[in-house]
Design a protein around this ligand. Sequence first.
Ligand SMILES: NC(=O)c1ccc[n+]([C@@H]2O[C@H](COP(=O)([O-])OP(=O)(O)OC[C@H]3O[C@@H](n4cnc5c(N)ncnc54)[C@H](OP(=O)(O)O)[C@@H]3O)[C@@H](O)[C@H]2O)c1
Length: 231
Amino acid sequence: MISLRGKTAIVTGASRGIGLAIAKALAREGVKLALISRSKPPASAKGKFIGCDFADSEKIPDAIAAALKHLGKLDFVINNAGIFLEKSVPEISLAEWDKVLRVNLTAPFLICRETFSHLVKSKGRIVNVISSSAMQGYLHQSAYSTSKHGFLGFARSLALEAKPKGVHIYNLCPGGVETDLIKGSHLGARLKGQPMIQSADIAEMVVFLLRQPENIDVPEILIKRFDPKLK
Ligand SMILES: NC(=O)c1ccc[n+]([C@@H]2O[C@H](COP(=O)([O-])OP(=O)(O)OC[C@H]3O[C@@H](n4cnc5c(N)ncnc54)[C@H](OP(=O)(O)O)[C@@H]3O)[C@@H](O)[C@H]2O)c1
């Protein structure tokens, strides 16, 4: 297993939930961090905060440039920020559709584009926190599911460009994780009281993947809730 001490990473969506847990776990391993989101992460997340709204796609290259300036070199990118939308197709406005695609799909594309040459230099790694919604449709999740299917398709294609250059890409596809993302939604209500995945579980998986030696490829992981009622 590789030590992460002295490595550097960009983590998106580290202000709460899964991203915050990943930031804390990576800091514990000795990784220097640049944390990108709209709101500032709590003081428990050690790293340079760079504010950016991913719905404003044009601002993303500047945020990445600021992160690279702070880190000096780049070993890891954790594409984690995301938003949820639970609406039937006739209810979805163009603005809502566009925002979900910008935050969940266009942002990871731009971040990978802006960081790729730096990751090639370091033989770095990208972890994409996608969703089990990238692998099947769920009721009233058409925009979210489209963005996550797109993200997985993008990441699978990028892997073909990245591999010959020594860059690893890991795609994580979790089911229900207990965070604010689905609070107040029908999905959240359905999952209430059920066994849920915790943010820290995902964070430890990220550490485990980043510590794997170069000869190991783990392209995709489907992480399901352990629930005897689930197929
Ligand atoms: N929770 C689940 O059940 C679950 C399951 C599978 C996959 N996922 C995926 O896991 C990732 C993290 O989700 P989570 O559950 O941790 O959700 P969360 O608790 O709501 O956190 C979302 C993070 O994304 C950031 N974010 C949201 N909108 C943004 C924007 N416009 N610009 C920049 N950053 C933005 C948020 O920061 P600010 O609000 O401060 O900007 C926050 O840090 C998402 O991609 C989600 O789709 C979650």
